[in-house]
Design a protein around this ligand. Structure first.
Ligand code: ATR
Length: 282
């Protein structure tokens, strides 16, 4: 059997096993996707153990998704890391090659883009986009948002220096696309945006949305990268100010779809699975 898993700490809350099992079922793929709790400080050992235990059982460990807090150390184990993962400085997908090598990628950003463009039906070409936050979650999506053709992108963060650094790291990609890319403090963001993406942990902390409502355009899209109760505050705020609110469940399913395609060479019906998972959560 071909084996995959999600590795993290904590990992019991992860919906990835459910999503990938459904993808496999709908695509007629024979595989098992589990979850593995990896002790802090023992990520490399966790990977080695997954591969060794699979081999001992006569199975093949072919890949894994990486979640908190290991996304930043996963690249160090890989012989090849994709350009988008290098830019994000984070990895969420590993492929284990037959020769023992490891390839690393990051599908979070393209997952967000696909959810916005395909599932929400909002093209990003030529749009003004505000990314709130400059931590790991924001870094994972900025490159793909620029690749999707947004023409004006502002990164706003509580700690402005981190937004400046993230913008600096993405300057070449913005230039390549002819997009403007700026860093601002949260309360100084100029203008209004077609799409606002919340990549901060502020709702988790129960804090108010850290930007003024004038950044939202009437009928614009406001996406929180979280889902469930963690996204509720931002979504209620966005709706109260005339925007269309969206949580991060679509991004979760779409990043999984991208990983699945990398591993299996088959595109799963992600919109169908998103609808199913959303119904299960109600
Ligand atoms: P993640 O991987 O989820 O992005 P992170 O790297 O710790 O986690 O980043 C958390 C992000 O949420 C940062 O942009 C952080 O702002 P700072 O860089 O200034 O710390 C932001 N954040 C967290 N709590 C916040 C709050 N109460 N108000 C505004 N921004 C907040």
């Amino acid at each position: 059997m071909d084996l995959y898993c999600v590795m993290g700490n904590p990992v019991e809350h992860s919906r990835s096993p459910r999503i990938h099992a459904r993808f496999a079922q709908l695509c007629g793929q024979q595989l098992e996707y589990g979850r593995r709790l990896i002790p802090l400080g023992a990520f490399a050992e966790g990977i080695a153990a997954f591969r060794r235990e699979a081999a001992e059982r006569g199975d093949a460990a072919l890949g894994c998704n990486i979640t908190v807090p290991f996304k930043f150390e996963a690249a160090a184990l890989a012989q090849h890391t994709s350009e988008r993962a290098l830019l994000a400085q984070a990895v969420n997908t590993l492929c284990f090659e037959a020769d023992g090598g490891i390839r690393a990628d990051n599908t979070d950003g393209i997952g967000l883009v696909n959810d916005i463009v395909r599932n929400a039906g909002v093209p990003l070409q030529g749009k003004a986009l505000l990314l709130i936050g400059a931590g790991g979650a924001a870094a994972g999506v900025l490159g793909p948002l620029l690749d999707a053709g947004a023409s004006r992108v502002v990164v706003a963060n509580r700690t402005v220096d981190k937004a400046v650094e993230l913008v600096r790291r993405h300057a070449a990609i913005a230039l390549r696309h002819g997009a403007s890319l700026e860093a601002w403090a949260l309360d100084e963001v100029p203008g209004a945006f077609d799409v606002v993406v919340n990549a901060t942990a502020s709702s988790l902390a129960g804090d108010a949305v850290p930007v003024k409502a004038s950044v939202l355009r009437e009928g614009g899209l406001a996406v929180d990268m979280m889902y469930g109760p963690a996204a509720a505050g931002f979504m209620a705020w966005a709706e109260a100010h005339g925007a269309v609110a969206r949580d991060g469940l679509g991004m979760l399913v779409e990043q999984a779809a991208e990983s699945f395609e990398i591993w299996r060479g088959v595109r799963p019906p992600s919109a169908q699975v998103l609808a199913e998972i959303r119904a299960e959560l109600k």
